[in-house]
Design a protein around this ligand. Structure first.
Ligand code: ASP
Ligand code: MG
Length: 449
């Protein structure tokens, strides 16, 4: 069994849905669980509708609902689906949306529970339409409602999975159905609590749903179909000849995402990785591209640098305080940065001064912070650069380390080399103006060679 998850853009138009059907058909493996997101833009529209319904008038509410319904009925028409079941279910969902929004309006309040209920209609609609479409073209498929197995607690809008009930429920419901059908279609993102009230797993939660289902049915692999061909060796906007990384470990993916690669949130695929199920990121609109396979750290480690990445605007902040000891300073700043809630790229101390590398857009908060008012704080606009690759890269690969250091020093007059901060990365803080050139040289010397 395999799991195929298709994101919002992959089911965002009738054309895209046809493409998805072709991808499913072309995969010769027999049993597939297909997890779908809502059509792109629809979750946002539903959330907007839910919040607005508390105070807009009936006319405005109806026109927002109509927009959503029309969007889906256009897809149904373009796909040419003729199915009494689709008509009946579609009417039912439509009615529920109207009634539910009227309820919010009467209450004059939209609770997190209502947000979940209303946003769940996005996935319910996309899966209903798609399942009817592929049945119509002759595939053996069955739609299974994720509310019946994706068991969560009642933390509406970001519910936590109740593994003890979710795993057996998935096994009980999905596995027998796979015996009678080639394709099971279900919703990502949505679940239900112990009272069967609708919950959601948080925005972008469909990847997580796919990983959870994959884990529970012990899938052979999970393919995340999206609108880019996997994870690239550098930002293609900065290095036009960057290529897709074919294989990487989970830690490498996690670091890449921390440093800005937006393709997927590695944490969301952790349930699969922990169970040694490979996760492949592929492009719905260019399905023959190989994509990127992410595997567990124990089964793979790169033997060279696979990607260079950067944060254009970081602040190298210098903190000093005349009276505190170094330990006191470290703990105060540590605590402060924690409450600041921003990515901390590096932190260290040298003699009497503490340094932190943080996102530039948070710098203002430092100067305004009451708890730091007796401190001397200064900062420099810098860029942060990282080369990601083999585990223990700075210990085990002295050649890579020295090439990295050389390139950094060649393009920058006062770089800060941070080779020890991650086992999988070589990092440096450099001048903003030389960032692009440094990236190009690193890519060419460490990846293209
Ligand atoms: N439809 C949901 C969202 O837009 C979940 C997902 O797409 O993964 O957040
Ligand atoms: Mg999405």
């Amino acid at each position: 069994m395999i799991v195929m998850k298709f994101g919002g853009t992959s089911v965002g138009t009738a054309e895209a849905m046809k493409q998805v059907a072709a991808i499913i058909q072309n995969d010769t493996r027999k049993k597939k669980v297909v997890v779908l997101s809502a059509c792109s833009g629809i979750t946002n529209k539903l959330l907007y509708l839910a919040k607005k319904s508390a105070y807009i008038d009936e006319q405005e509410r109806i026109s927002l609902i109509e927009e959503i319904i029309l969007f889906h009925s256009d897809i149904i028409i373009s796909l040419g689906i003729e199915s009494p079941n689709l008509d009946a279910q579609f009417t039912l969902i439509t009615k529920e949306i109207y009634e539910f929004c009227e309820g919010i309006s009467l209450l004059g309040e939209c609770t997190p529970r209502s947000l979940d209920r209303l946003s769940s209609f996005g996935e319910l609609l996309s899966t209903l339409i798609f399942s009817e479409y592929i049945k119509g073209i002759g595939l053996h498929a069955e739609l299974v409602n994720a509310l019946s197995f994706m068991k969560t607690d009642s933390t509406y809008t970001s519910a936590h999975i109740q593994y003890d009930s979710m795993v057996p429920q998935v096994q009980k419901i999905i596995i027998p159905k796979c015996e009678h059908n080639d394709i099971i279609i279900t919703q990502g993102f949505i679940g239900s609590d112990e009272h069967d009230i609708v919950t959601t797993l948080g925005r972008g939660g469909s990847d997580f749903s796919a990983a959870l289902i994959g884990m529970a049915i012990e899938a052979q692999e999970i393919i995340i179909w999206t609108d880019v061909s996997g994870i690239a060796s550098a930002d293609p906007k900065l290095i036009s000849h960057a290529h897709t990384i074919e294989k990487m470990s989970f830690q490498e993916a996690r670091l890449l995402s921390f440093f800005g690669a937006k393709v997927l949130h590695p944490e969301t695929i952790l349930p699969a990785i922990k169970h040694n199920i490979p996760v492949i990121v592929k492009n719905t609109f260019s399905p023959h591209d190989k994509g990127t396979t992410i595997v567990s750290d124990s089964s793979y480690s790169a033997s060279k640098i696979i990607s260079v990445t950067s944060k254009n605007a970081v602040g190298l902040v210098e903190f000093t305080h005349q009276t505190f000891s170094i330990t006191q300073k470290m703990s105060i700043i540590g605590e402060f940065l924690d409450t600041l809630q921003c990515d901390l790229y590096a932190f260290g101390c040298l003699e009497n001064t503490m340094y932190a590398v943080i996102s530039l857009d948070r710098i203002n908060f430092l100067s305004k912070a009451e708890s730091l008012k007796d401190w001397d704080i200064s900062y420099k606009d810098q860029s942060f650069i990282a080369a990601i690759g083999p585990n223990k890269v700075s210990d085990k690969y002295p050649d890579i380390l020295s090439t990295f250091n050389q390139i950094i020093c060649q393009h920058n007059s006062m770089p800060i080399l941070l080779s020890g901060i991650s086992e999988y990365a070589l990092c440096a803080v450099i001048d903003q103006k030389s960032l692009h050139q440094t990236l190009i040289s690193l890519h060419s010397e460490l990846i293209e060679q």
